[in-house]
Write a protein that binds this ligand. Structure first.
Ligand code: ZN
Length: 225
């Protein structure tokens, strides 16, 4: 299992990451991809069935892959998994697929990364119903304070959408959230993780080093390492 160093920039969710000194990336593999996790690139991995890429036809094959690789030592979380009302199969099928991945996450005792678009009721009611012991991380978040607090109150963590977090209007939200529940990500976009840290550190009146140490501590708590 690869882990970040205390003074690394932590990119909690990426697609297409390569290893770089000073940056620790958690790379996502969606189960319809050919790729598999490994230990040799200084990255950690998540693997899951993404609502965009699943069909009734390919579901079983993807599920087998997730079950197999969920136990890989360098897969540190399940997902991204979740709900999308704008893309993907019908919502009841999405629910079934999501619940399967919650069960796997609980079985292997690894957290779950969430993709959620316009389906917050579904997400919250799944959390209430399934009562997971593993923490969930809602990635790509760009919603309102009230929604963020609803998720956080249920024990979830939030990684802010890279594009939103760079905008001036994210400052207020950032300042209003508990620091110990936040992560940052590039999500395969062009913005560098160091640039995102600089913007957020300024928003929070912290130095980049202080922000690094906060997010490092969040990482250790979230993953239990
Ligand atoms: Zn993503």
């Amino acid at each position: 299992m690869n882990l970040p160093l205390a003074d690394d920039f932590i990119d909690i969710h990426n697609h297409g990451a390569s290893s770089a000194t000073g940056i620790f990336s958690v790379e996502n593999i969606t189960a319809d991809e050919e790729r598999v996790p490994d230990d040799s690139h200084g990255l950690a991995y998540t693997i899951g069935i993404h609502p965009w890429h699943v069909t009734v036809k390919n579901y079983n094959e993807q599920l087998k892959k997730v079950i197999l690789y969920s136990r890989h030592s360098n897969v540190i979380a399940l997902g991204e998994a979740g709900f999308d009302r704008l893309r993907g199969p019908e919502i009841n099928f999405q629910k079934e697929i999501f619940e399967k991945q919650v069960i796997i996450s609980e079985e292997v005792k690894k957290p779950l990364y969430i993709h959620c678009v316009k389906a917050w009721e579904e997400l919250l009611s799944a959390h209430k119903m399934l009562k997971p012991h593993m923490p969930w991380l809602v990635h790509g978040f760009r919603g309102k304070h009230e929604l963020a607090m609803q998720l956080i109150t249920r024990g979830m963590y939030i990684s802010l959408w890279f594009d939103f977090v760079m905008r001036p209007e994210s400052t207020q939200l950032l300042k209003s959230l508990p620091f110990n529940r936040i992560f940052l990500e590039t999500d395969g976009g062009d913005t560098k993780i160091s640039t995102i840290y600089e913007k957020v550190a300024t928003d929070l009146d912290l130095t980049v080093d202080q922000l690094k140490s906060q997010l490092y501590s969040n990482f250790r708590t979230f993953f239990g390492v």
